[in-house]
Design a protein around this ligand. Structure first.
Ligand SMILES: NC(=O)c1ccc[n+]([C@@H]2O[C@H](COP(=O)([O-])OP(=O)(O)OC[C@H]3O[C@@H](n4cnc5c(N)ncnc54)[C@H](OP(=O)(O)O)[C@@H]3O)[C@@H](O)[C@H]2O)c1
Length: 338
């Protein structure tokens, strides 16, 4: 059986996560038992939620155990199979973790999903046509539920979730405004992702200037907001919301290293009769089929052309992950494992 490089969580971060929280090891993959499949990973997905799992604190999911392979979505190829449903060569998506190979029990529901790479490249099943895409779909369709002509705003606009959000919201006839870090990301948002406008938050580093920029970009106010960041950006958005606006609380990445994110003016929720709803996409498996069908269609039609940042080799995963938490990624952050 092949040797397997793995990245383990070695110790928990104190404040900011650092590379020494991780440990690279090599093990031998075990021989397969009946019903098992050996998958060779092509790409590993790096996602902000992994930062939360590194802490030993109360959350919606159990912490990542120390000394075990880091959790993570993977796409790859079946190289050996003791399961009648899978054949070597099948392209599959699963939760293989930060390692080169995984042994998967083919009978566990949802553990592996075969994917068709005829019109959608394999890597996109970890991004636009995978968990981040469905996240954008759920927040937009089920929480914001926009009408054509309404204005919707998203933060972390050029990332995996934000870029899918733009395509989905344009398909529903919305005015779509992004908030992203830096002029290059903002130009890309309007030129390539279909945003009507994009605000560089680094050039608007406080509530006053951000709120002024939002007023200009959203002349009819904000009807829907998809929150990925938190902090003063949320405060500024609240100031520009219309009555009965809907806010989908998806992520608060500005606080993932433990920084407090107080809200300056929660009375605006009452004054503007806002709906605020947090959600975790894995708790809404009932929508995945419909969402993935729409997202796959948008990619196949060229209406969603997601950008990817690809780190080379498993050993680069820790530094690429820490970069993602600082906005060094441009689009979906992946690791090419082979
Ligand atoms: N609720 C759910 O079920 C669910 C599922 C998936 C993802 N999420 C959340 O969705 C959000 C986006 O995820 P993603 O996978 O699409 O990641 P991403 O946007 O591809 O990458 C993260 C981006 O966050 C921005 N960022 C990082 N630190 C920041 C800070 N301190 N202030 C402002 N922006 C910062 C950076 O973009 P800029 O350079 O533009 O700042 C960075 O590129 C995250 O908050 C994630 O936790 C939630």
């Amino acid at each position: 059986m092949p040797l397997n490089q793995q990245v383990l969580l070695d110790n928990r971060p104190e404040g900011e996560a650092v590379e020494s929280n991780f440990r690279l090891v090599q093990t031998e993959t075990p021989a397969l038992s009946k019903g098992q499949v050996l998958v060779r990973h092509h790409y590993l997905s790096l996602d902000p939620y992994m930062r939360g799992r590194m802490n030993d604190s109360k959350s919606y999911a159990e912490p990542q155990p120390l000394g075990e392979v880091m959790i993570g979505g993977t796409v790859g190829e079946v190289v050996e199979s003791q399961h009648p449903k899978y054949t070597p060569g099948d392209k599959v998506v699963g939760m293989g973790g930060w390692q080169e190979y995984s042994v998967v029990d083919g009978d566990v529901p949802g553990a592996l999903r075969r994917v068709d790479t005829t019109h959608v490249p394999l890597s996109h099943y970890l991004g636009a046509v995978g968990m981040p895409g469905v996240t954008a779909w759920y927040g937009l369709v089920k929480i914001i539920a926009p009408k054509a002509g309404e204005t919707v705003v998203v933060s972390a606009a050029t990332g995996a979730v934000g870029s899918a959000f733009a395509a989905l919201a344009k398909a529903r006839g919305c005015r779509v405004v992004g908030i992203a870090g830096g002029p290059e990301k903002c130009s890309y948002a309007t030129a390539e992702l279909g945003f009507d406008a994009c605000i560089d938050y680094r050039a608007h580093p406080d509530v006053k200037t951000m709120s002024k920029a939002l007023k200009e970009a959203c002349p009819n106010g904000i009807d829907g907001y998809f929150e990925n960041v938190g902090g003063y950006i949320l405060d500024a958005v609240l100031l520009r919301t219309n009555a009965f606006a809907r806010l989908a609380l998806c992520g608060m990445i500005a606080g993932y290293d433990g920084q407090p994110l107080p809200m300056a003016n929660p009375a605006l929720i009452l004054i503007n009769r806002l709906k605020l709803e947090g959600f975790i996409v894995s708790e809404h498996m009932e929508v995945w089929g419909e969402a993935l069908a729409e997202l796959g269609g948008l990619v196949a039609a060229g209406k969603l052309r997601p950008r990817e940042s690809i780190a080379q080799g498993l050993a680069s995963a820790p530094s690429a992950f820490l970069g993602l938490l600082k906005g060094k990624n441009f689009g979906k952050q992946l690791v090419k494992v082979i």
